[in-house]
Unconditional design. Structure first.
Length: 467
């Protein structure tokens, strides 16, 4: 008797296990506790066997035997009882599939009659029934196909009691595995079907396949086995484990971390047979590579490995996962995805007169050398070449930063200049450096040197007067 071991507070043992730390198996084994014919108490590790018409009437420490008075493969066929006061099952003789098998000189449904007349109830071999006219299956000449004994009393059922290894009502078919070793010794041959009901952890039509049991631990304790006559006896491993017996650990999985660890970095599927990761490769889940699917595939980068590295290559980081994988741009390309191209020919960016701001941190623009302008630095402009320097006042040229065209300086620091040679004050300004604003209310021009207003007096600008 296993002593009761209460579970620790808040701990619920997995199916088939019990005890203080959930390491002890229920009677019948953890895979099929109580042989499937009862319920296991995980605290006491004791079986409560089924006892009803639907699931049968079972007993025993592992619920393997029929209760007294019940028979059949499902323990749901009631055996006949002798009349009171005896009331014994089959009058103490054998009950088989819900019928009594009476010895010689015994007869009756419950073998309750014993006298010399019972012998008269016996029919010739191969026959049965009140008038001994009914033939045993499949025929009187071949009762029970030669592989069993016909219940040939006059008041019997005429059923065949098959020899070991044979089944069906006429005992005509060998059980899977052969008559000498029915169900490979690991199951029960079902009388009515000539099919095997395999013991727990065995599989195949003849129960000849055993589930992997490394160190007597089903599927290494890390999976479930497909057992039964229609199954193949293979393990389906729990997440993170592989190989045929589930003793291998998938790449990227840390058993000590339990549910906090995921195989293949959560970016792939672990192949059970080979313990290799098949990495994700889709728009929705990203494009991953590596033994543990921890890096972006070439041509992709970003936290989810979904961003394309268009004109560059993927550079692996040192940390597992995608955060350290970046796109390294080819020369002449910039932007996080390397999708921006610097101006100018591929072999002469910025036309050789500037520096391309390439790379993932750059914006693929040109910073032009001195005297070169426009986005691709293709225009040469020097203020001293914009006009005649031998004039007075001296010309005040500058080059337009965007176009490289010559234009007059126009700022408080440089003065506001105009004219073909940029040597005149712009309208509204006066002084030696053209930095003084005129006070003519835009209705006249002021003198270059003294700022005195000269009012307009023409049809285009109007006729004005005053200071």
């Amino acid at each position: 008797m296993v002593s009761a071991q209460p579970e620790p507070p808040g701990c619920a043992c997995d199916y088939g296990y019990g005890g203080s730390v959930c390491t002890q198996q229920c009677p019948g084994g953890a895979y099929l506790p109580c042989n499937g014919h009862g319920l296991c108490n995980s605290s006491t590790l004791q079986c409560t066997c089924y006892s009803n018409d639907e699931k049968g009437y079972w007993e025993g420490q592992e619920c393997k035997s029929c209760q007294h008075g019940w028979s059949g493969r499902l323990c749901n066929l009631r055996c006949p009882r002798a009349p009171e006061p005896d009331g014994a099952i089959c009058s103490g003789q054998t009950c088989y599939e819900g019928a009594c098998l009476c010895q010689e000189e015994f007869c009756g449904d419950a073998c309750e009659t014993q006298d010399s007349t019972c012998g008269e109830f016996g029919c010739e071999v191969g026959y049965w029934g009140p008038d001994c006219a009914s033939e045993c299956l499949p025929s009187a000449a071949n009762p029970c196909s030669g592989h069993g004994t016909c219940h040939n009393k006059k008041y019997s059922t005429g059923d065949c009691i098959c020899d070991t290894g044979y089944a069906l009502q006429d005992c005509s078919k060998e059980c899977p595995g052969g008559a000498a070793n029915p169900c490979s010794g690991h199951g029960l041959c079902l009388y009515y079907y000539a099919e095997c009901k395999c013991d727990a952890t065995y599989a195949g039509a003849d129960c000849g396949l055993q589930c992997p049991m490394p160190d007597a631990n089903l599927c290494g304790g890390h999976g479930t086995c497909s057992d039964g006559s229609l199954a193949d006896g293979r393990c389906t491993c729990t997440l993170g484990y592989g190989l045929a017996d589930c003793t291998g650990v998938c790449p990227g999985y840390e058993p000590r971390l339990g549910a906090a660890s995921v195989p293949c970095s959560a970016h792939g599927t672990c192949e059970q047979s080979s313990l290799t990761c098949v990495c994700e490769a889709s728009v929705g889940r990203g494009y991953w590579v590596g033994q543990t699917c921890g890096h972006c595939a070439d041509g992709f980068h970003g936290a989810n490995c979904t961003a394309r590295c268009i004109n560059g290559k993927t550079v692996r980081g040192t940390a597992w996962g995608s955060a350290a994988d970046v796109c390294e741009c080819f020369p002449g390309f910039g932007g996080a995805n390397c999708d921006r191209e610097c101006p100018g020919p591929a072999d002469d960016r910025c036309y050789g007169h500037g520096t391309c701001q390439d790379g993932p941190e750059g914006d693929a623009t040109c910073i032009c050398d001195a005297d070169y302008y426009t986005a691709d630095c293709s225009v040469l402009c020097r203020p001293e070449d914009c006009g005649d320097l031998n004039t007075y006042p001296a010309p005040h040229f500058l080059c337009n930063a965007a176009t490289g065209a010559c234009e007059c300086q126009s700022s408080y620091q440089t003065g506001y200049w105009a004219g073909a040679n940029c040597d005149e004050c712009a309208f509204g300004w006066w002084g030696l450096q053209c930095t003084s604003a005129c006070a003519c209310n835009t209705r006249g021009a002021c003198g270059y040197l003294d700022g005195e207003c000269q009012c307009f007096a023409d049809m285009e600008n109007g006729f004005w007067a005053g200071k």
